[in-house]
Design a protein around this ligand. Sequence first.
Ligand SMILES: [Zn+2]
Length: 138
Amino acid sequence: MQYTLHLTANDLEALHAHAESSLPFEAVALLFGEQSELSVTVNRIELTNNEATSRTTAFKVNPEEQYRLLVEAENRGEEFVGIFHSHPAPPHPSNRDKQNMKLNPVVWLIASKDSGHWITNAFLLENDHVRQVALQLM
Ligand SMILES: [Zn+2]
């Protein structure tokens, strides 16, 4: 069975606009919603600042902001289900991303404008292997 991530077209558009306005740096956002065995549904996206020192090729969310968003999500009964970030390169996990995917076992969405327009791919790390997740727009 294919693991699927459900996202509204509006939210995807907002993520791409966030990526566009963050250029030439990587953009980052946290995704909250519901998780079941074979799918994730995103109910809310939180666009965050990229605080990495080399923001053109890396991203980092302020730990206090991330903590605040996690507490807020818990209060709303939502789960932390995904991390979005954009790449100056094709939309596939870098080696650094793969390391971070181990620490943050949620769906990773990676956007790229390499082909001329923004596209986003979703991935999950499973037994150390990167697996593509189907993206279903609502
Ligand atoms: Zn990356």
